[in-house]
Design a protein around this ligand. Structure first.
Ligand code: AMP
Length: 283
């Protein structure tokens, strides 16, 4: 069932709750691929009813980012969800979510602001305000859908950690279920933004997963010095790559590491053909 209105979703979920059914939420920005599908399948398995939100959230895009050209494929998304056993695809308009004027500036909207320690690194450094937009919309979706479980991909590991922190700090009554990264056979992590990549770019994009796998191999062989591990990346980079960051952080607290251990997650962001790609691996 494709719904566009907040009230319609609320009414349906209330009905389910009355019947004692559990509800799962999978928040997405659409252009669904097998990465999203893995979250959806997990949700369908675990919950009596599943809501997938499809919303390209304007307030999490920074000026100059790809808000206008972000792929929108609602019809195909809805079909994929229906086939997977999803009960509701919730696809609100920006006006339905934020009213007429609220999203132009944060002067007019109540925001959920995650802690500085969690956002002044990795993607938060270049995407200023991005995680404010993410936490605000996810909080709104939690309030609209009132899910028992919500499913998030480790593909966006910083986002997942920040949302877990928000849920804990604000006592939100939902269990967050992390889901592993789904990759192409080549190793490339699936992403809606892969649609922007040319065939050549796609080959160059393999550098990200190669760098991460190589670091994991070196770590498994006993190298734990982060400086030395970082240096192994350069053999995979050329003029097609614009490396934004390669960082080693604690997988729960996002604290930066000088020495790697089994709780360390390695995060990479790199532009290929002008497309910003991210990936990560747990050591
Ligand atoms: P997005 O539509 O990009 O906002 O992603 C919606 C959800 O799907 C987020 O929780 C992402 O982490 C997750 N996701 C996106 N790509 C993948 C992937 N390749 N593997 C696992 N989860 C993913």
């Amino acid at each position: 069932m494709l719904l566009h209105k907040i009230n319609e979703v609320r009414t349906q979920v209330k009905e389910w709750k009355k019947q004692g059914l559990t509800v799962g939420l999978v928040p997405t920005m659409g252009a669904l691929h097998n990465g999203h599908l893995s979250l959806i399948k997990k949700a369908v398995e675990k919950c009596d009813r599943v809501v997938v939100s499809v919303f390209v959230n304007p307030i999490q895009f920074c000026p100059g980012e790809d808000l206008d050209k972000y792929p929108r494929t609602l019809e195909a998304d809805n079909k994929m969800c229906e086939d997977a056993g999803v009960s509701i695809v919730f696809a609100p308009t920006p006006t339905e979510m934020y009213g007429q004027n609220q999203m132009r500036t944060n002067d007019f909207l109540t925001y959920v602001i995650p802690p500085f320690f969690y956002v002044n690194k990795l993607c938060g450094k270049s995407r200023v305000g991005h995680f404010d937009g993410v936490c605000t919309v996810v909080n709104k979706l939690f309030n609209i859908v009132n899910p028992d479980y919500a499913f998030f991909g480790e593909k966006d590991a910083q986002q997942l950690i920040i949302i877990q922190k928000m849920v804990q700090d604000l006592n939100i009554d939902v269990e967050i279920i992390p889901c592993p990264i789904v990759r192409e056979e080549s190793g490339l992590a699936l992403s809606s933004r892969n649609k922007y990549l040319s065939d050549d770019d796609k080959i160059q994009a393999l550098a990200l997963s190669k760098i991460l796998n190589n670091i994991k191999n070196c770590y498994d062989k006993g190298i734990t010095d982060v400086k030395a591990l970082k240096e192994t990346a350069f053999q995979f980079l050329n003029e097609h790559h614009e490396l934004e960051y390669l960082e080693f952080c604690d997988s729960e607290t996002l604290e930066e590491k000088q020495t790697a251990d089994s709780k360390t997650r390695v995060f990479i962001a790199c532009k290929v053909g002008g497309v910003r790609l991210i990936d990560n691996i747990l050591l």
